[in-house]
Design a protein around this ligand. Structure first.
Ligand SMILES: Nc1nc2c(ncn2[C@@H]2O[C@H](COP(=O)(O)OP(=O)(O)OP(=O)(O)O)[C@@H](O)[C@H]2O)c(=O)[nH]1
Length: 306
């Protein structure tokens, strides 16, 4: 086939190989570079083609590694890295993978064995990689928006049921107790009526902050309704949960919120239920905690019923 290329076409081909931004190299049977274009030399941190031709794969990788140039090689043990890479090279007739470089570019590498020669082709995919990262970032942001309550920043009802359900199942599997608290701000309508809706919003935010301070890092806290909040307390028996609930109740009732210089005193009623060993699901446990919340409300508010 090569023989059928006229000298003129061979010349055109070499010109094209030197003009393209894609990096191209041919390694010989000793894994030394028999040919490469300028882009390939640059990819491995060499300024000219002459500086790289004749070098082995291990030499060009070591050059990148020790001079911190060209291809990004993340390892503390370059010898082990090279050993693994050399095992993979030429293990199949064709393979492709992605690499990144010290300047933040990304390349798709394709290797093709032709007899004992290894033909390497690297395409710059930085633009599509950046798009891919942006998309992932947006997906994460969307997932976070879908999971959180926009006013307080804690989980919303839907996400609470998802996360708390998994956690409850984990507790049940490990024979750990778990408790649910449902907190409802007392007479919250009066806060809105007396001080305005925006003040009410600030009370909800400050309420969330105060409760958060009383919880353990692994408790699952969510706003499940207007002025209603739920907490799953993993690995908390009734006694532990009552301690936490009492701390929360006092954190709200002990001092008023100061909103725009105005003292706004509120209290919270708490319905609690502790799962011990039965096989109840989250829905059932929430219902039982809600019943206890109702009892706390009708029996005077600012109290815990369990
Ligand atoms: N500011 C503000 N108010 C809200 C929000 N969501 C719900 N509310 C208000 O919360 C109030 C809840 O009132 P009710 O259900 O009557 O309960 P309550 O006044 O707290 O009385 P009890 O629960 O019986 O102690 C209503 O006035 C709602 O408008 C919100 O996001 N912001």
């Amino acid at each position: 086939m090569i023989n059928s290329l006229s000298q003129e076409l061979q010349y055109i081909l070499l010109q094209a190989l030197n003009k393209t931004d894609d990096s191209i190299a041919i390694f010989d049977q000793y894994d030394e570079i028999a040919y490469c274009n300028l882009s390939f030399a640059n990819l491995f941190g060499f300024e000219t083609v002459d500086m790289i031709v004749g070098k082995s794969f291990s030499q060009i990788i070591s050059n990148s590694y020790y001079n911190k140039t060209g291809v990004n090689i993340e390892t503390n043990d370059i010898e082990a890295w090279l050993h693994t890479a050399n095992m993979k090279r030429r293990s199949t007739s064709h393979r492709s993978f992605e690499i990144d470089t010290k300047d933040g570019s990304w390349f798709l590498i394709t290797e093709q064995l032709v007899d004992e020669y290894l033909f390497l082709y690297a395409t710059n995919i930085t633009a599509s990689k950046i798009q891919q990262f942006e998309l992932l970032k947006t997906q994460k942001q969307l997932a976070s928006l879908a999971a959180t309550d926009s006013l307080t920043g804690i989980y919303n009802r839907r996400h609470f049921y998802l996360v708390a359900n998994n956690e409850l199942i984990r507790c049940q599997r490990k024979n750990l107790s778990a408790s649910i608290m449902i907190l409802d701000i007392d007479h919250f309508k009066l806060v809105n009526d007396n001080y305005g809706h925006s003040c009410g919003d600030n009370v909800l935010k400050s309420f969330t902050d105060r409760i958060n301070k009383e919880l353990r890092s692994y408790d699952i806290f969510a706003r499940i309704g207007g002025e209603e909040f739920a907490v799953l307390l993993p690995d908390a028996n009734k006694e532990n949960a009552l301690d936490i609930a009492e701390r929360c109740r006092k954190a709200i009732s002990d001092s008023p919120f100061i909103i725009d210089g105005v003292n706004v005193a509120v209290t919270t009623s708490i319905g609690m239920y502790t799962y011990e060993s039965d096989a109840d699901g989250l829905e059932q446990i929430m219902k039982l905690a809600d019943k206890n919340l109702y009892i706390a409300k009708v029996s005077g508010r600012n109290k815990i019923c369990s």
